[in-house]
Design a binder for this molecule. Sequence first.
Ligand SMILES: [Zn+2]
Length: 269
Amino acid sequence: MNNQSLKALKGFLTLKYKIEVLTGLHIGGSKESIEIGGVDNPVIKLKTFRLNDDKFLSDVPYIPGSSLKGKIRSLLELAKNKPVDRFKKYQKEHEKDFKWDKAIEYAGKPCDCGECEICKLFGTGGDKVKEPIRLRFSEFYPTKDTIDMWKTYLGEVYTEMKTENVINRITSTAQHPRHTERVIANSTFEGDITFRVFEGDGKELIETLEKGIKLLEKDYLGGSGSRGYGRVKIQLINVEWFPTEEKYKVDDLTKENFKEKLFKKVENA
Ligand SMILES: [Zn+2]
């Protein structure tokens, strides 16, 4: 008999965030619905969006949870030098048949150790799963104020069109214009990241998530970040705790005190 066991779920910590778009944001959508002569690069949109009880809007831009999750994860892995470690591992295992392109492909894949903080938070593919995934990302939807702003300044199409060219090096003329759709600066989206707290989890897991969010603010969301797109500001606006048992209940949690208060209580309950 070994002494390994699965960990008990203690509750759901829902962290509500606001994402402010500081520069035009492009998260790519499907080209299928675009008519000929339209945009080359549309943004992803909701077919229908419920504004209030009796009003629906169509083709409303949003930020998919998967985009946020993927970007935060990749930045955390970069910051932890995961690609460097994976590259070295490949080098070691392929001393005789080393191929640069295969090494880069391997190094660039997500961590799949199943044990590190990043795997605990974001999950591991395939058969290396060792623990339940802690984080759940919701989709991020535009706020009511943002919809009003889009209607005022953009009309019924809630995006801007950005045209970019390639400059001919000899003649300095612009060629091959490409039309990219973007969510405009000053738009705000809201959604949440739910953290499933298991036995033994401490605030360091939340701090890893927070570090990832800080890195994202230094980097960019969506496409064309090297050309100024996708700068965002992300703020925690509210926290909610739903314990699985009465003994894990914590009163008066706020976004300021939840890390200290919650994990202390859950550990000692
Ligand atoms: Zn890992």
